[in-house]
Design a protein around this ligand. Structure first.
Ligand code: COA
Ligand code: HC5
Length: 654
């Protein structure tokens, strides 16, 4: 049914005339055919994606390939991006290296040809390289260094019954979303006019990272012969396999899930267990060695496989120390990122698991996710779905067929494994003490104010961040903002470099009392425009960072020596992101967070709502030069000052 429908569609596509590319034509056709496709999904049983090309595959095939930007363009833009962050002297030196690299018939051109060849041969020249470089080869612990967290608004319960009830609804909400994914009825998302790659949605459930001696891997059990029908629940450091489908294939009801959770809860009341999950918080090389040791035992191996294969994990957390209202959100953000330490909930996790929902007894709720399979937006849109679902769904007590006790996942802890767990505890506790995190809700305005001024809200926030940083450090630093490459097939991200010549001109001028407000506003508008222009360039696949990375990796693959421009101090400065930032828009009023990417840097994640902005700022306590609360304070001032600057200059015009 599917097959003949799509062959028909492809046939139509071949016949269609006009200037659109085959990809664009397919998307057009798909949009026209949407109701038919939805109906056809209702007629047939959901099938594995590997067997029959469904709506999803056809959509994917219609997406354009990620381009390789022109070499000359990237080199020019690289030099420009360096201007605000290095000295003139360094810049002059780098300019010579860049010229040498880019000269006709030179190394750059040869590598560029290699990249172009790779782009012709692959679905996406970058995605595999990116997965390896940014995630699987990266050896630092996933905790703080890679896995982001999300905090939901505080929920209305304060005991373990409320905790279990909410957990049951949340699980049902995820399963509801899973049905949409499995049936391929997830609406295609758009960035402006352009349809986006939906692949990441198919990677977030039933997947897990696995440590390797030199390189990790990531497995996905969605498209296997017998896809998993269970989730993992962790309570008091003990893991359980909870089957979430009835024998007829229907998902358990909220009521059924609740009663299963109660059973889990009651059979895991002891708290003296070995926190085996703590091992997953280790440096990847250390964990890889411990992992091989752990799974030597057959029971342990089975338990680990069950966790890896599960659709997702739910962590029922033990109560955490109470804090003031002011500190509450920051504390929960830390709970999501690391679990609070070995005394609290860090062992109540399997950090390699892609999706872990965390629910505390005090109404705290959120998630931590292992980043390698997907970016924030699909995760957050799943969360939006859950929040809506849990609001609507009521628990109705209905007669139930008794369900069997969820299986406890057993671990045989040898003295060697115990020692590995002890080491993991120590290292995790060091990380916990090192994290400095501040959640700030800026409520003077949200997206609506910059919009009313005909400015991009995201660019406005980024310029404010540049101002805050400059006021503290009296200089600009290499700044990273994630830009989505999902306009392209299998696209992940590129970098928007927020420190620009224009942002520097603005931040240098703003506190200069000799300058008029009108001039300052002009500089502000310029900086915002420059940022928005960089964003447009990045989402169209024309930014510089992934291209430069590609050229470097191509030289490694060609076994030629690494070109001088990549050995240069300016390159190191450009890649040392003291500010690592990201915006993930959400319908829910949630806070998203992640750690800094350099020891002396900040992680800044924000969710801009219409009338307020949620920020989470992280830093390391071990660095004397950084302080999350201080940056938050300066950021708040910068946003206030930019607001009054604009309003004052408007008043004076009247
Ligand atoms: N005047 C008035 N309104 C404007 C405007 C202007 N000059 N410029 C933008 N706007 C509006 C937009 O139309 C948009 O409206 P909407 O709220 O109705 O959708 C809104 O302001 C927001 O636009 P902007 O702030 O410019 O940002 P964006 O939504 O285009 O997002 C990025 C910019 C970089 C965040 C986005 O392109 C992106 O790549 N997102 C994904 C990032 C990501 O993957 N992060 C996670 C990595 S794990
Ligand atoms: C729930 C929000 C998660 C945001 C995660 C994010 O932005 O990750 C960035 C991914 C990328 O490729 O840009 C990396 N960063 C955290 C280092 C900015």
């Amino acid at each position: 049914m599917y097959y003949s429908f799509y062959s028909h569609l492809l046939d139509l596509l071949r016949r269609i005339s006009g200037s659109a590319s085959p990809g664009e034509k397919m998307v057009l056709l798909l949009r026209m055919a949407k109701p038919v496709i939805l109906r056809s999904v209702g007629l047939v049983k959901p099938v594995s994606l590997t067997k029959i090309p469904g709506r999803y595959l056809a959509h994917q095939e219609g997406l354009p390939h990620l381009p390789v930007p022109p070499l000359k363009q990237t080199l020019e833009r690289y030099l420009l991006a360096l201007k605000p962050i290095i000295s003139q002297e360094e810049w002059n030196h780098t300019q010579e290296l860049v010229q040498e690299f880019g000269k006709p018939g030179g190394v750059g051109e040869r590598l560029q040809k290699g990249l172009e060849r790779r782009a012709r041969k692959t679905e996406n020249w970058l995605s595999d390289w990116w997965l390896q470089t940014a995630y699987l080869d990266y050896r630092m612990p996933v905790v703080l260094h890679s896995s982001p967290g999300v905090v939901l608004p505080k929920l209305q319960f304060d005991d373990c019954q409320g905790q279990l009830r909410y957990a049951a609804k949340l699980i049902a909400g995820v399963l509801d979303f899973k049905t949409i994914i499995d049936n391929e009825t997830l609406p295609v998302e758009y960035l402006g006019e352009k349809p986006l790659c939906m692949n990441q949605y198919y990677q977030i459930l039933s997947s897990c990272r696995i440590p390797g001696a030199k390189r990790d891997s990531v497995v996905n059990y969605t498209r296997v012969k017998n896809p998993p029908t269970h989730i993992t629940v962790v309570h008091n450091l003990q893991f359980f396999q909870l089957d979430v489908y009835n024998s007829d294939g229907s998902p358990l009801t909220v009521d059924q899930i609740y009663s299963q959770l109660e059973k889990i809860w009651n059979s895991s009341l002891q708290t003296n267990k070995e926190p085996v999950g703590m091992l997953t918080s280790q440096h990847r090389n250390t964990w890889a060695v411990a992992y091989n040791n752990l799974i030597k035992d057959k029971t342990n191996k089975e338990s680990v496989r069950t966790i890896q294969k599960s659709i997702f994990t739910v962590c029922l957390d033990a109560p955490m120390p109470r804090v003031s209202d002011e500190l509450y959100k920051s504390r929960v953000a830390a709970q999501m990122l690391h679990g609070g330490g070995s005394r609290w909930n860090s062992g109540n996790r399997w950090f390699d698991k892609t999706l872990q929902f965390i629910i505390g007894e005090d109404g705290s709720c959120g998630l931590v996710y292992e980043h390698s399979p997907a970016e924030g937006p699909p995760i957050v849109s799943l969360l939006d779905h859950i929040v809506e679902y849990t609001k609507k769904c009521e628990m109705v007590r209905s007669p139930m067929i008794p369900l069997s006790m969820p299986k406890k996942l057993r671990f045989n802890i040898t003295p060697e494994i115990k020692q590995d767990i002890e080491k993991a505890k120590q290292n995790l506790n060091i990380m916990v003490h090192d994290l400095d995190i501040k959640v700030m809700v800026f409520d003077l305005y949200g997206k609506n104010f910059p919009k009313s001024q005909m400015m991009s809200p995201d660019a406005f926030i980024q310029v404010a961040l540049q101002l805050a940083y400059f006021r503290i450090y009296k200089c600009s630093c290499a700044t990273y903002e994630s830009a989505s490459l999902r306009m392209f097939r299998l696209g992940r991200t590129d970098t928007i470099r927020s420190a620009s010549v224009s942002s520097l001109a603005f931040v240098q001028a703003v506190d200069d009392t000799t300058k008029a407000n009108t001039e300052k506003v002009e500089l502000l508008r310029n900086a915002v425009k420059a940022h928005r222009a960089y964003t447009d360039m990045a989402i169209r696949g024309q930014a510089i960072d992934r291209h430069l990375l590609g050229l470097k990796l191509q030289s490694i693959e060609d076994l030629v020596s690494i070109p001088e421009i990549f050995m240069d101090t300016s390159y190191a400065v450009a890649m040392h992101f003291n500010l690592s930032t990201s915006q993930v828009p959400a319908k829910t009023d949630c806070v998203m967070c992640f750690g800094p990417v350099v020891p002396d840097g900040y992680g800044v994640c924000y969710n801009a709502m219409d009338d307020h902005i949620n920020f989470a700022i992280s830093a390391y306590n071990s660095c004397a030069d950084t302080n999350a609360a201080r940056l938050a304070h300066y950021l708040e001032n910068a946003l206030q000052d930019m607001h009054s600057l604009i309003l004052q200059s408007q008043k004076s015009k009247l």
